[in-house]
Design a protein around this ligand. Sequence first.
Ligand code: HEM
Length: 466
Amino acid sequence: MGALLLFLCLLAPFVLACAARGRRRRAAAPACGKALPLPPGSMGWPYVGETFQLYSSKNPNVFFARKQNRYGPIFKTHILGCPCVMVSSPEAARFVLVTQAHLFKPTFPASKERMLGPQAIFFQQGDYHAHLRRLVSRAFSPEAIRASVPAIEAIALRSLRSWDGQLVNTFQEMKLYALNVALLSIFGEEEMRYIEELKQCYLTLEKGYNSMPVNLPGTLFHKAMKARKRLGDIVAHIISARRERQRGSDLLASFLDDREALTDAQIADNVIGVIFAARDTTASVLTWMVKFLGDHPSVLKAVIDEQEEIARSKRSPDAPLTWADTRRMRMTSRVIQETMRVASILSFTFREAVEDVEYQGYLIPKGWKVLPLFRNIHHSPDHFPCPEKFDPSRFEVAPKPNTFMPFGNGTHSCPGNELAKLEMLVLFHHLATKYRWSTSKSESGVQFGPFALPLNGLPMTFTRKD
Ligand code: HEM
């Protein structure tokens, strides 16, 4: 229940702005001449809308699924003062995210923008967004990341050694692993001088992400904003040291090796933004993988067989993994896909209509939030038979276009997806070949923080097989 409150708190900063816009909207006429109807659905009570219904459903996905069953793949609602249109068909999600993406801008609470940095990629559209995207995408392309397999492997082995024989919080440990890989991909292996302080500042900043945006001494928000300032200073130091010497193939090198140079502040906002984008997402998927494999022994056995076969094919037991090895991990890759489908950790994303938009005879009014519901699409029996069943073999055949979007779709889709898959494959190679793990059955359940997670972060004991 507390977790659901957190989910609602994430939406809270939208409230005042949305309420004001909602009032204006009721007085406005449709732009296209003929009076188009709004999508079906209920706007609930004045001001609070359907916030209580969402709250009492305990799980936002249950609320969304119920609405879809009642009204179909496009429906309106009103949550925490925001009029919203939710879309749950592949066609509608493509309309919003791909073909008519210019009509729907990304939208985040102002406090999130302040913390991550207003010049970070997520908040942008147009030329500046395209420029950033080119720099970020080239740093995380397969060509750029393939050489980092040994360094990622070293981080994975270090993590696994530190868990050996201990009862650990799987999610917290996966977060640490994902943070270390993110820092490697941003700064390369040489910036160790500042990395520990950078990590500490990031952890303080992270604690403030979901706090009330009250900037008074002693509050989490205040501490987070101080850490944010220090992070900017550290990144500026690293940038000036980097400008003096040869550059690598990491994200910072991509930012610095650019004719239309970014300012230090733009680079800092995007470094912090990438850490934010890379960490909890990857860690949540890894945690669900551990859970699903533990719950499905025959799938786990197939993964172990595949990974042992790769280990046997190496010249010696200590020979490092290569990019080519990871391309042979087909079964493990299907487990990653099925984990991302079943868990759908990003149940939806937010956009805001920049003008009145017509979709299939309905009006989506300017200023309304528009939420493509990824999870509903991933759990539709029309696209994935027996959708609640964990069955990686369904990915032996490619899913139909626009039905599988764990990394989003269109102009803002995830540029880190290859890196995320790579770090999951590398960790699971060693986990499956060298460790066994056990969880307590009483721990089953889901929490939202704000991503869906196994209850209490999945406490687990990992033990070396030998
Ligand atoms: C399994 C792990 C991950 C998942 C499920 C995931 C998912 C997503 C999704 C769904 C979006 C699009 C959001 C939207 O359209 O509103 C996105 C955007 C983004 N992701 Fe990821 N992500 C993951 C890992 C990563 C990693 C490892 C990085 C970087 C190293 C990264 C960097 C980004 C960035 C920078 C964006 C913003 C792109 C833009 O606005 O143009 N992500 N991610």
